[in-house]
Design a protein around this ligand. Structure first.
Ligand code: HEC
Length: 110
């Protein structure tokens, strides 16, 4: 019996590896950013900021990678280690930074 050509085995393998590399770091399969949560405890300004944070996340952060679930990080880790780097990468102004950070913290599941 003739064995299958090398590329017939190899190609599906490389395609699989390439697909894995496209996944964002620390992110489960197909996770999409949840909408800004609403709560009666929030003022109208705070609520509007969360909605804006969600929109900015879609427009800026999502240009590089899919939504990375903030639940995987402590609030402190997000604020101090990750977010400053990502906000710089996204060239966010101070108001936009605050909106996205508030949004991420609001959608974080403790
Ligand atoms: C210019 C591309 C780029 C933009 C814009 C960007 N990121 Fe990232 N992000 C990366 C890369 C590359 C990594 C993985 C390596 C690293 O941590 O730098 C990453 C990693 C992450 C991680 C995982 C960090 C860790 O250490 O586990 C989170 C969370 C994240 N990004 C959130 C965001 C958020 C929120 C925004 C928007 C404010 C954003 N990113 C914008 C490129 C980007």
């Amino acid at each position: 019996m003739k064995s299958p050509p090398f590329h017939a085995i190899f190609r599906p393998l490389t395609t699989g590896v390439a697909a894995l590399l496209l996944l964002p770091p620390g992110c489960g399969l197909g996770y999409t950013p949840p909408p800004a949560p609403t709560s009666p405890a929030l003022t109208a300004t705070e609520q509007a900021r969360l909605v804006r944070g969600h929109a900015i996340h879609q427009a800026k952060c999502a240009t590089c990678h899919a939504f990375v679930d903030p639940s995987g990080y402590s609030e402190r880790e997000l604020r101090e280690r990750i977010f400053p780097v990502m906000a710089r990468k996204s060239e966010l102004d101070p108001a936009a930074r605050q909106a996205v950070l508030d949004y991420l913290i609001a959608v974080r599941q403790p």
